[in-house]
Write a protein that binds this ligand. Structure first.
Ligand code: TMP
Ligand code: MG
Length: 212
């Protein structure tokens, strides 16, 4: 019986190089005939995603709880499609997931990590998470930083410390922490090796999902 695809998630601060690595990984897997697709959250193509896009682009204001639930709803609205693809053997390489949801909202005043986690409980759990670890003061130098809501250094510092609370940075089982200052090619080699090992590990792969 064919194995299901892997759910691989990239997390990190804004402009930390996630999208570059997501693309490199998907291309490299496809080259090896390991069918892979790039996904991203927020998925700005749905009507919920459109609202989120306007909010991030500072065109509209939304209440903080409401926007948190919209980000989560934006994952839930695509979950059947996600499972369908994974079950048909396609690897999904995902740029942000529920961890961003929790790390960003809980950086706001008055939000507990546990409350923020609730609405994503029951989503498929990633098989592998890569965290792009950036030096916060370097973010400002990246192209386009500051254009969208949340792209300011004070806020990003809080988000970073929330990511640290979410992932055990010492435990490779939870998440592989990558030094985002390394070269694009070195990072890609590390990411590809880890992913390829997992794909080839018959003991690891079952057709079942775990859930958040
Ligand atoms: P992007 O830059 O990866 O498109 O993400 C847009 C912003 O949305 C980014 O600042 C992180 C934030 N975000 C949340 O606040 N909650 C979420 O659930 C997700 C997926 C992203
Ligand atoms: Mg961004």
């Amino acid at each position: 019986m064919a194995h299901r695809g892997l759910l691989i998630v990239f997390e990190g601060l804004d402009r930390s190089g996630k999208s570059t690595q997501v693309k490199l990984l998907a291309d490299a897997l496809n080259l090896k005939n390991l069918k892979s697709e790039i996904w991203r959250y927020p998925n700005r193509d749905t009507s919920i995603g459109g609202l989120i896009n306007d909010y991030l682009g500072k065109k509209i204001e939304l209440e903080d709880h409401a926007v948190h639930l919209l980000f989560s709803a934006n994952r839930w609205e695509t979950v059947s499609e996600m499972k369908r693809k994974l079950n048909s053997g396609i690897n999904l390489i995902v740029d942000r997931y529920a961890y961003s949801g929790v790390a960003y909202t809980s950086a706001k005043e008055g939000f507990e990590l546990e409350w923020c986690k609730q609405c994503d409980t029951g989503l498929p759990k990633p098989d592998l998470v890569f965290f792009m670890d950036t030096k916060i003061d370097e973010l400002e130098k990246r192209q386009h930083f500051g254009e969208e809501r949340y792209e300011n250094i004070e806020f990003q510092k809080k988000v970073y410390s929330n990511f640290k609370k979410l992932f055990n940075f010492e435990n490779l089982e939870d998440c592989l922490v990558l030094n985002a200052r390394d070269t694009i090619d070195n990072l890609h080699q590390i990411i590809f090796k880890k992913t390829f090992e997992m794909i080839k590990n018959e003991n690891f792969l079952t057709n079942k999902f775990s859930f958040l």
